[in-house]
Write a protein that binds this ligand. Structure first.
Ligand code: PXP
Length: 252
């Protein structure tokens, strides 16, 4: 089965914000990403607005054919913004002000009661809701109990480990969690820290139907251009799924 690629454009915005000017433009990056084979665009509106800003969300929503997956913390402020825009998808993530990036998954098992109204309201607005978690059975079961349609597995631990038994063990954890997600009736996504070196093993897991990738793609774009970095990632994903022929015909 084909696997979707969501391209996260947050770090184009980070670069723009470092200078306080209006370039490079994350919306232009999103348009190029779609041309290069991305199926959706991911962007994280953080409480401190260190990546994209409120006006970027509006501009992304205005691009024809762009399916926005808005990452956000489960807070009243973010809920109001999401309900105002009704993006194609919302991914609920944990957020700490001091962290460099999303460090771990949500503890849905513990926070089920707090998260329930967020899932319910976003679903009622027509958004495909996913929750970002570490690959653990209890978390998957809690997400299924909440009635959310999708889960995103945190691949950061796997990606941070050097090749060897510990990394193999983490890959197995992802594999088992993806199988369990499917058994719970959840659409399974994965992401965080994926590179050209780590993507194939994750892309090969049959029940994972979407990968969300950002930092590596934007960094690699410095050397080969954004479209080329996305094409290379897309080709490795397709190869892992046994879709090389489709790559050559449809995504040349
Ligand atoms: N998925 C989620 C839920 C994330 O929070 C992030 C990082 O913003 C990503 C995917 C993409 O991670 P990376 O930028 O390391 O590829």
């Amino acid at each position: 089965m084909d696997q979707h690629l969501g391209v996260n454009i947050d770090h184009v915005a980070t670069l723009r914000n470092a200078r306080g000017v209006d370039y490079p433009d994350p919306v232009r990056a999103a348009e190029l990403a779609l041309e290069a084979g991305a199926d959706s665009i991911v962007a994280h509106l953080r409480e401190d607005r260190r990546h994209i800003r409120d006006d970027d969300v509006a501009r992304l929503m205005a691009v024809a054919g762009l399916r926005l997956n808005l990452e956000m913390a489960a807070t009243p402020e973010m809920l109001e913004i999401a309900l105002g825009h009704k993006p194609f998808a919302v991914c609920l993530v944990p957020e700490k002000r001091q962290e460099l990036t999303t460090e771990g998954g949500l503890d849905v098992a513990r926070e089920r009661a707090r998260l329930a109204p967020f899932v319910e309201k976003l679903k009622a607005a027509g958004c495909r809701v996913s929750l970002f978690i570490n690959p653990e059975r209890a978390q998957l079961e809690a997400i299924a109990a909440l009635g959310a349609p999708a889960v995103e597995l945190h691949t950061g631990t796997y990606c941070d480990l050097p090749p060897g038994p510990a990394r193999d063990g983490e890959l197995k954890r992802l594999h088992d969690a993806a199988e369990h997600a499917a058994a719970c009736g959840l659409e399974c996504h994965a992401g965080h820290g994926l590179t050209l070196e780590t993507v194939e093993a994750v892309a090969r897991i049959p029940s994972i139907v979407e990968l969300n990738i950002g930092h590596f793609l934007v960094g690699e774009a410095i050397f080969c251009g954004l479209k080329e970095s996305i094409r290379q990632m897309r080709n490795l994903m397709d190869r892992a799924r046994g879709l090389e022929a489709a790559t050559k015909v449809g995504r040349a």
